[in-house]
Design a protein around this ligand. Structure first.
Ligand SMILES: Cc1ncc(COP(=O)(O)OP(=O)(O)O)c(N)n1
Ligand code: TZP
Ligand code: MG
Length: 211
């Protein structure tokens, strides 16, 4: 992986949630998080609302303006439509190989590995650009997520050379302990979008990483 791509997959990775604000407030909230220093943004909307395309296009433009990476969750066709930088895929989504065939070699493809190192090794061997482990802490956004403890993140860092993302229950108050395991990025929903001041929450997490 190029040094430039490695640098891009580093720092605060903010994930949207359509339940956390009025639809008309989403771009302003995202801009606040980007201005606070998020390096990556994932459009994560589990609904089938027809506005998804328009929202994703708006967020893609904002990310371009801030030099942030724009990732679409689950939906490879939406990623193509809005010319996203890549997609994030879990076990219920399209396979890594099918997504790579559709998106091409330049696309960033992230894979959910839950608490399974074996799944991460397979993703790395299959050409994933990053792997994600979680939930590190209990997550109100995904209450049934399996637990991926800090010790697993540290063990993953020892054996994996591709970028590692930690997710689940991460907030400005606990992110330092997660970053200390050596992960490349922390993925956060409520810790930045579920608070009154998203820009300052984002700043508090982003400043834990060297730039
Ligand atoms: C960065 C990141 N990590 C993990 C996930 C979870 O993906 P998945 O397991 O497919 O669950 P949903 O998010 O689709 O509900 C993620 N989206 N992003
Ligand atoms: C998508 C996902 N996968 C594991 S936990 C989680 C949700 C993370 O949201 P929050 O940062 O609000 O805990
Ligand atoms: Mg998914």
């Amino acid at each position: 992986m190029s040094a430039e791509r490695r640098r891009a997959l580093h720092g605060l990775y903010a994930l949207t949630d359509s339940g956390l604000q009025r639809p008309q407030d989403l771009p302003t909230r995202v801009e606040a998080v980007l201005s606070g220093g998020a390096h990556l943004l994932q459009y994560r909307d589990k609904s089938a609302r027809p506005q998804r395309r328009q929202e994703a296009l708006q967020l893609a433009a904002l990310c371009r303006a801030y030099g942030a990476v724009f990732i679409v969750n689950d939906d490879v066709e939406l990623a193509v439509t809005v010319a996203a930088d890549g997609v994030h895929l879990g076990r219920d989504d399209l396979s890594l190989s099918a997504a790579r065939a559709r998106l091409g070699p330049a696309a960033i493809i992230g894979i959910s590995c839950y608490n399974e190192l074996g799944r991460a090794r397979a993703a790395a061997a299959g050409g994933a650009d990053y792997v994600a482990f979680g939930s590190v802490f209990p997550s109100p956004t995904k209450p049934r997520a399996v637990h991926a403890p800090l010790e697993l993140l540290a063990a993953a860092r020892e054996v994996l050379s591709l970028p590692i993302v930690a997710i689940g229950g991460i907030t400005p108050d606990n992110a330092r302990r997660v970053v200390a395991t050596g992960v490349d990025a922390v993925a956060v929903v409520r810790g930045v979008f579920g608070v009154p001041d998203p820009a300052s929450a984002a700043r508090r997490v982003a400043c834990l990483f060297d730039d």
